[in-house]
Design a protein. Sequence first.
Length: 277
Amino acid sequence: MQIDRIEFLKEIEEEKLLRENIRRVISVVKQRKKTKLKEQSGDEKYLRMIVRRLIKEAETADVDPAPGKTTGINVLEDLLKKIIPVLQDDYKQLTTDEQQRESFRAHILNAIMKTLKPIEVSNDAGSGTAGEEEEFIDIMEIIDVEIGDEEKFIDIEDDETPEEKEELSPQEDFGAGVEGHDITGRNMAFTTYKKIQSNIIDAYELLENDEDKNIFEDYLITNIKLYFDKFEAELAPSLEEPTTPEYEAATEEAPAEEVPEEEVPEEDLEGGAELGL
């Protein structure tokens, strides 16, 4: 009995040790899991940080102009980023009919050309040399004008007094040269152009090189027209669905096939006659 009791106590002690070891193992496993989760969480945070950084770098990517671009094109690109959204918003407000948008387009293009032309003339005049000015003055000094010859003077002034002259509204003056277009489109173009005119002038006046100026003007007009085409396509109520010759050939209506009449055996006909049918 004594031996059995000792053995029993040993078993109890061994069982305690076993349970304690199991608890330690479970504790170690749990600790490792927590550590692993923390590491994974740290890795996720690190990856997220990298992704955010990459996205930010992509949004603020190097926008240095590609080799081969002229300064005129680079200046024009910056200008288009400023004025195209303005043109798009106002153009797409004209939804009553197409004539309004055609008028808007014509007046904007005409206004741009009228804006750039005086700047060109002014720059050309400012580029004259002093010798040319002196030569011009010398020629004027040679001309002998007799002020007293009033009989030879031709008066080109209009007989109408300033009060009698009909003054044009700012919108009418803006539309000079492109009369005959829709008035609403003209008025909208007038308002829109006031928003972008200074941007166009500032951009053009940055350029001194003749090649840059010519490229800027030509590409500005071309791009504005292309963007107007794009806006109009986006407003189209329905677009023709693209197709292919193969599809058209496959969907052509086949000629209706004649269904042959089912022949009735003579025996059936005779039987029908006997039955009085």
